[in-house]
Design a protein around this ligand. Sequence first.
Ligand code: GDP
Length: 195
Amino acid sequence: MPSLQQLHFFTTVNDLRSLPQTVAEVAFAGRSNAGKSSAINTLARHTRLAFTSKTPGRTQHINYFEVSDNRFVVDLPGYGYAQVPTAVRRHWEVLLSQYLQTRETLRGLVVIMDSRHPLKELDWQMLDWFAVTGKPIHILLTKYDKLTKLEAAKQLAMVKAAVEDRPMISVQLFSSLKKLGVDEAEKQILSWLYD
Ligand code: GDP
C-alpha cells in the first residue's frame, strides 16, 4: 500500500516548460500562512520536507515531492502576500492558472485554508480556475485546533454550504498541530494518485 510517508523531495521548477514528466500528481495551493507547508509535512510525517518562504520574491517555485512510481505531490507557490509587486503577482497568475488548466497528469487539487478565515477572494479564484477542468478539489480547513468544537463544526458547515452547488469539491477539517484529519486527507490524495 502506498503511503504519503514515502514522500521525498524530487525537484523545484520555476516555469511551466521545466515541469517533469509524471504519471499522476496532486497539487497543494493556499494563501501564504494558511498552513500549506505544515500540512504537507504532517501528511509526510516529516518535520521539514516542505519549507515556507516568507519572502514574496521567492514564492514562484513549484516543488515536486515523489510518493512512488512517478506519482507526485506538488507544492504550488502560496498566494495573497500583502506587499507583492504587480509584476510578481501577474507572473504568479499566469503560472498558476496555466498549470492548473493545462496539466494533463494533474488528478486533483488540495486547497489549504485557515479554518478561521476560509474562502477569501483569491481562494475563490483558485476554485474557479480549476473548476473549468472538471477535476476534483479537496479543501483542508486547517488550524482547527484554534477553534472550539462548536466553532469548527460551524465553519465546516458554512464552507460546505458555500460550495454545495459544486459537486467536485469536498471539504474537511485538518490540524497539523494536533495531527487531526490526517488519515482522511491522505486517503483522498492517494486515491487520486493511484486509482
Ligand atoms: P504556509 O505559508 O501556508 O506554508 O504556512 P505554514 O505551514 O508555514 O504555517 C503558517 C503558520 O501557521 C506557522 O506559524 C505554523 O506553525 C502555523 N500552523 C500551521 N498549521 C497549523 C495548525 O494546524 N495548527 C496551528 N495551531 N498552527 C498551525
